[in-house]
Design a binder for this molecule. Structure first.
Ligand code: NOJ
Length: 670
């Protein structure tokens, strides 16, 4: 439904026609481009008079009796068009900017019997006096048949219904955005955290990477298990119920052995192993997919306190011949299956096998290669799971042992001297080492060594300093350096990009916030903020000729300094950067994050800040938080009051019964 308002903004009366028009694609969208025989013979349109209105009907012939497309409006129609050739005119030599048919007063009233179908409705709105407006409502829908569509059409022709629906929509956004509002000394940070970043997080939660300007057409990408398990993390505070339901959907793509499918198609709910199927000689699973949901489940429980969720059951993806699931298990069991898969799927150094890839889709080493990324993600997931079990008063000894085992293998094998390596190839050769010619240092190997808690304090600091020295640029942190300079099938996809592009030494933004989180964990708020600010799109207005991406949306990648177009951004909107930048800004820099018993307020901010304010809704209560930083430290909470009374530590216990709570934090040495 579109609510279109047309206003005469000139100072003279104007005669106005409104001709809304759209083009149909065949549901087999890719075949529209490759099969000029079958597709055009099947596409048909009809017009149905409806009093003074017209309803244009359209269908690929096989869907005529099941999925009928309809397009109509709330104004009288004098003529219509459904044939693209006729609308554009001159056998389509007319253009969309200047369709030839609009040189006539009326459209041709053609019902297309084949070919490229469109829907256009001619409305003569009459003469509008200066300043006068008209409202035109259009509706595009699909239903089993016209009779089933009629009540929907009636409803949306009514401007009051439309207004009510738009009010509901705006109430949704008010509620969604008011979950957290911040007021810091940085106006670009306020703009992005209060509106644009949470907006983008809603979009990534909804679409994953399924539809975008970069992955075109049905079947090119599904909803990614890895991607969506991370996207959901950002919307948990605002939409915990949605997150809960979505986590269950994602878990239904986990297999009985604990690993997971890579994508699913939301229209058919079929899972797929994704790009891993492209290479016969490589494993057909990813070593990280199944671990991400553990972060989502624990984050949901911290937000909602809904521990009964752990007992809910979800089927595994494996099915019998009739398509019925072979096994269902509790959420708790799903977590354990995932952790146990990684615990036993290990290579020569006792580190997780890479599978086809880890988070970095493009490093596809031979069977037997090991991934430090998946080791660290496993460490982080174990840390979260152990904290959950402790909260529930359950035994954690076995899981602690698993954590310690992996930690000691990482510490024993993966330290390269100044940073951690990223992989061991199938023959034990390190990848991401000073010994390599290309890809000597990888960002994720360092930041995740901090996030997993595997790195000792000294190594953590040194690894993150190596990131600053070797990988940071003024436009963001590169994923690795130096870029591979030539195709090399031993490494796979990464070497298909020129140096400086995407995963090959480009500024891949999604891992940038992981480096920021690592810096906040180490207490360096100045550096975390420097990293944050250098990629905040709200600060890019003056760079837009170079940057080219929207200055209110995180893109996926920026060309790195080995590329001649250093600074050019691509793949805006659908990127995991949105979720992680939102978590980083709100939970790690401002330091306001849900825990099982309450809200933690433990900021790690730039030392120059005098403080900041924030409101955060949590379990039905609004917390008004004021943070003062008189000593100009980056981190440390010296003094806390809750509703005027002195409180211990930085955990603000969840309130029951109150609707508002005032929290005053004074930073300093804790
Ligand atoms: C984009 C993919 O959607 C994501 O799953 C992957 O982690 C990154 N590329 C890095 O390869």
């Amino acid at each position: 439904m579109r609510d279109i308002k047309i206003t005469n903004i000139s100072d003279k009366p104007q005669e106005v026609d409104a001709i809304p028009v759209l083009e149909y694609t065949h549901p087999r969208a890719l075949q529209q481009y490759t099969n000029a025989d079958w597709i055009p013979q099947t596409m048909q349109s009809k017009a149905s008079k409806d009093g003074e209105y017209v309803i244009l009907l359209q269908y690929p012939f096989m869907f005529r009796d099941t999925k009928l497309n309809y397009f109509t409006s709330n104004m009288p129609v004098s003529s219509f068009e459904t044939d693209r050739k006729k609308f554009l005119g001159d056998n389509e030599y007319g253009t969309w900017a200047d369709p030839v048919s609009l040189q006539d007063d009326e459209l041709s009233n053609t019902e297309a019997l084949r070919g490229d179908n469109i829907a256009a409705l001619m409305h003569h709105l009459g003469t509008l006096a200066s300043g006068q407006s008209r409202q035109l409502i259009t509706l595009l829908g699909q239903g089993p048949n016209l009779d089933a569509a009629r009540p929907v059409i009636e409803r949306w022709r009514n401007p009051e219904e439309v207004e009510e629906a738009l009010e509901e929509l705006s109430a949704f956004w008010d509620s969604y955005l008011s979950t957290m509002q911040v007021n810091t000394p940085d106006s670009a940070m306020n703009a992005i955290l209060n509106v644009h970043n949470p907006h983008q997080c809603f979009i990534t939660r909804t679409w994953s990477r399924y539809l975008s300007y970069y992955q075109l057409g049905l079947g090119a990408r599904g909803i990614g298990i890895r991607d969506s398990s991370q996207d959901v993390l950002a919307i948990i505070p605002a939409m915990p119920e949605d997150a809960k339901a979505f986590l269950k959907t994602l878990l239904s793509f986990q297999k009985q052995n604990g690993s997971a499918m890579h994508f699913f198609n939301p229209l058919t709910m079929e899972g797929s192993e994704g790009d891993s199927l492209e290479r016969e000689d490589r494993p057909h699973y990813y070593s990280d997919d199944h671990l991400w949901s553990i972060l989502g489940i624990t984050a949901y429980l911290k937000e909602a306190g809904d521990f009964a969720f752990l007992d809910e059951t979800v089927p595994f993806y494996d099915k019998d011949k009739q398509g019925n699931p072979l096994e269902s298990a509790s959420i708790l069991e799903h977590i354990q299956r995932g952790l146990n898969f990684t615990r036993s799927d290990i290579g020569a150094h006792g580190l997780p096998l890479l599978g086809f890839a880890d988070w970095n889709d493009t490093i596809n080493l031979a069977k037997g290669a090991e991934s430090l990324f998946s080791a660290h993600l496993y460490g982080r997931a174990l840390t979260e799971f152990i904290a959950l079990l402790e909260h529930l008063g359950k035994d954690t000894a076995g899981w602690r042992k698993a954590y310690d085992e992996m930690k000691s293998r990482v510490e024993q094998h993966a330290w390269d001297g100044e940073w951690y390596v990223m992989y061991f190839d199938h023959d034990g050769t390190p990848v991401g080492s000073h010994k390599n010619q290309f890809g000597q240092i990888h960002l994720n190997g360092q930041s995740w060594a901090v996030l997993s808690g595997f790195a000792s304090q000294a190594r953590a600091r040194q690894a993150m300093d190596s990131v600053y020295k070797r990988l940071n640029t003024k436009y963001g942190i590169k994923l690795s350096t130096p870029g591979y300079n030539g195709f090399d099938p031993r490494y796979g996809g990464v070497t298909t990009y020129p140096p400086g592009a995407k995963e090959n030494g480009g500024i891949f933004l999604h891992p940038n916030p992981w480096a920021m989180i690592a810096e906040t964990m180490l207490g360096n708020g100045d550096r975390a903020y420097e990293y944050y600010s250098q990629i905040n799109p709200a600060g890019k207005n003056d760079l837009i000729d170079l940057y080219e991406s929207e200055p209110y949306v995180y893109p996926q990648n920026i060309l790195g300094d080995e590329h001649p177009q250093f600074g050019l951004a691509r793949n805006s909107w659908l990127s995991g950067t949105a979720s992680w930048m939102y978590q980083t800004g709100t939970q790690w820099i401002l330091g306001i994050r849900a825990e099982y018993d309450g809200l933690r307020v433990d900021p790690c901010i730039p030392s120059k800040w005098d403080g900041f304010k924030a409101t955060r809704k949590y379990r039905g209560v609004t917390y008004y938080i004021t943070v003062n930083n008189p000593k100009h430290v980056c981190k440390g909470v010296a003094h806390v009051t809750v509703n005027g009374g002195r409180a211990e530590g930085s955990l603000i216990r969840a309130e029951r019964g109150a609707s508002e709570v005032n929290v005053q934090i004074t930073m300093g040495s804790s």
